[in-house]
Design a protein around this ligand. Sequence first.
Ligand code: GAR
Length: 218
Amino acid sequence: MTERRKIAVLISGRGSNMASLISASMDPNYPAEITLVISNKPGAPGLERAAEFGIETATIDHKDFPRDREAFEKALDEKLKEHGIEFVALAGFMRLLSPWFVTQWRERMINIHPALLPSFKGLHTHERALEEGVKLHGATVHFVSAEMDDGPIIIQGAVPVLDGDTPDTLAERVLAVEHRIYPKALELVASGRAKVKDQRVAVSGEDPELADTVLIWP
Ligand code: GAR
């Protein structure tokens, strides 16, 4: 059995991506183990979901640190270190992190974003994709850098945009892809197969799932 890396998942909401990571890590051969879930929002539904899986949870409410992002991030960093966390996975964690925190976790922190980066950084990605009339949309997992929704890309998943799509129907199709690519990205990172080199991610080793595919739409 490969050595398993200790992972914390940071959430702010429902935690469906968190649940996909936890489910993947139930396989003892998966190289990562989710040992801690932290929310910056008290009562985030993802906390209860994590607890149902038997995972330790914590809340570090950013509102307890008014106008003091540094103190909030120090508390977060301390909690992660206390638990011997090796990698951090942001899963719908809706706080911007400072360069200080990002540097602490450089190349050890990943994020999922509901768009094919570098298109549609920020919020309301599905509305904006529909407005622009793109034919392919999707999701990206990337290492976190100090810029918002930026940093070396590990994996992307694309879906077609269908006639009649609404932001909700498109979001649902993208979310299904998120739940597939996030566990795969964490596997690549935790096993050491995905490494940053010159601001890009190089993936070593063979993987039939990552074989060439072309998605042309319509
Ligand atoms: C997901 O769609 C995730 O990609 C997005 O928030 C949602 C969280 O859902 N993240 C961002 O927009 C970050 N920029 P979840 O709590 O069910 O995983």
